[in-house]
Design a protein around this ligand. Structure first.
Ligand code: HEC
Length: 183
């Protein structure tokens, strides 16, 4: 008796698995690209902090964060940006639609509520954007995004006169990784 139910279910899931929807594909691609970016940036940052200290790491980030992001985008055949309501780099300014999503997620984070792992937005018939929250989940982030003082604060102001990315604490929403892909 059991097999009558098991076989159709197995067949149905095999068919689903064989042809994932455009949404499923976009989510998988967004996951892949954003994880790869976090891994690359995080790995480099950690190494720079250990070998060259915060000032050296700051210098490294300002010269390499964008090229590294471009590199991951190229490898995954996507277009990637990092955005924040309080961005350090003027290039990482969100669009008005993105500001709405950032505000929504910031509210959740400020109320210690769980954030969704991602959000998928269909932008046009041919484009989808995958948004992943970036939360301050490591004390190391606070070196450059917390209450920064002294030489490091001066160096940040010199490199980024319009810097807004300080004053964060653990658990805050730092920003979003946006992965845009054709489908
Ligand atoms: C050594 C200093 C330093 C540390 C430590 C650091 N950052 Fe940054 N961060 C920067 C600099 C410089 C920029 C601007 C350059 C860029 O990335 O475009 C930046 C930019 C960002 C941005 C892009 C939005 C914006 O503000 O322009 C995000 C998101 C971000 N950092 C998250 C983090 C997180 C999360 C951590 C901890 C894992 C972290 N940062 C640790 C220096 C640092």
């Amino acid at each position: 008796m059991k097999y009558i139910f098991v076989i159709p279910l197995t067949l149905a899931s095999t068919l689903l698995w064989a042809s994932p929807s455009a949404e499923e594909q976009a989510i998988a691609k967004g996951d892949e690209a954003s994880s790869l970016l976090l891994q690359r940036l995080g790995g480099e940052l950690k190494m720079q902090m250990q070998t060259n200290g915060p000032l050296g790491a700051l210098n490294f980030c300002s010269q390499n964060a964008l090229p590294l992001t471009e590199q991951v985008a190229k490898e995954t055949k996507t277009s990637i940006k990092r955005i924040s309501l309080k961005n350090r780099n003027p290039i990482n300014t969100p669009t008005s639609q993105e500001i709405a999503l950032l505000n929504q997620w910031e509210k959740l984070a400020n109320n210690s509520q769980p954030l969704p792992p991602y959000e998928l937005v269909k932008r046009s018939d041919s484009t989808m954007i995958y948004y992943k929250p970036i939360v301050i989940n490591n004390e190391a982030c606070l070196k450059c995004h917390g209450n920064v003082e002294g030489d490091l604060a001066k160096a940040i102001k010199t490199a980024y006169p319009e810097d807004k990315a300080t004053g964060y604490k653990m658990g805050d929403l730092r920003g979003i990784i946006a992965v845009e892909m054709p489908h």
